[in-house]
Design a protein around this ligand. Structure first.
Ligand SMILES: [Mg+2]
Length: 279
């Protein structure tokens, strides 16, 4: 894939980085509720405990501080609980051991490990992950939309900020969704899965000459906050279950960014609300 930074130039003093899934686009709930959880129940034959397991799946992946974790880590977390509280999970240790040592948590990596170890649990993890991808690809397009107010706010931010998408989702999917809803016109650069971690994307963007106190990352998951913190830039959270309200208030953050009053009380308050909302 071509260098995603090719042709990029700083145009404004301010930069706003925006995550896609669960932040600008209302796609997290639908993927977890309709695809990840149900595919897991099916692959492991847990129909008898369906409701209880799906509730915990959603808590782990959507409504707690583990929101947005890698799919295989989320899978291991729930299988551990099932193994302890509900029913034994065959060969679970193979998955746990793989997670500790793997350099890469992808379908290709799990497939290789499943063969090498001749592991039933890793094989199931692969089948599940593929079934999830298939099921996500079959979601009706009209069910995945931006949260209310996103277009209006991003266009307002773009008047005085450079705008970067900083996402760990698939590049084509992100580009397609942002294009379909007219958001892409207000975006200066698209950094997705192919561009590396969110932390490294923000780090690279800073090399174009932005002052860290003129940069804000907007996201919905603890990983977004960490990527901001690690680069010394500000974090504006989109709160799960309060996304519309969060977007409605984003111009307050923009005002703080412009007036140099983001640091301290305002930033601390935002982070407190974000953590409380996931606790
Ligand atoms: Mg997100």
């Amino acid at each position: 894939m071509a260098n995603p930074y090719e042709g990029y130039a700083k145009k404004k003093d301010f930069l706003v980085c925006i995550d896609s899934d669960g932040c600008a686009i209302d796609s997290m709930d639908i993927k977890h509720i309709r695809c990840f959880g149900p595919c897991m129940v099916e692959e492991w034959g847990l129909e008898e405990h369906r409701e209880e397991i799906l509730k915990r799946w959603n808590e782990i992946n959507l409504y707690s501080m583990t929101r947005g974790i890698n799919r295989f880590k989320g899978l291991a977390a729930i299988l551990k609980e099932i193994n302890e509280k509900i029913t034994p999970v065959e060969d679970l240790d193979s998955l746990l051991t793989w997670l500790e040592s793997a350099d890469e948590l992808s379908n290709a990596a799990v497939e290789k490990a499943a063969k090498e170890k001749n592991s039933i649990c890793l094989e199931k993890a692969l089948n599940w992950s593929k079934a999830v991808n298939q099921s996500i690809s079959e979601l009706p397009k009209e069910d995945v939309r931006p949260f209310d107010g996103v277009l209006e706010k991003i266009s307002a931010l773009h008047e005085f900020c450079d705008v970067a998408i900083v996402s760990s989702a698939n590049y084509e999917a992100v580009k397609e969704e942002w294009t379909r809803f007219g958001l892409i016109e207000h975006v200066d650069i698209v950094l997705a899965q192919n561009a590396g971690s969110k932390k490294s994307c923000i780090e690279k963007l800073l090399t174009y000459g932005y002052d860290t106190d003129k940069v804000m990352m907007t996201g919905d998951a603890p990983g977004d906050m960490d990527a901001a913190k690690q680069n010394g830039v500000f974090y504006y959270p989109i709160l799960v279950k309060h996304e519309t309200e969060s977007w409605a208030n984003i111009m307050d953050a923009a005002e703080h960014l412009k007036s140099g009053t983001f640091a301290g009380e305002y930033q601390d308050g935002l982070i407190r609300k974000f953590v409380d909302n996931l606790s």
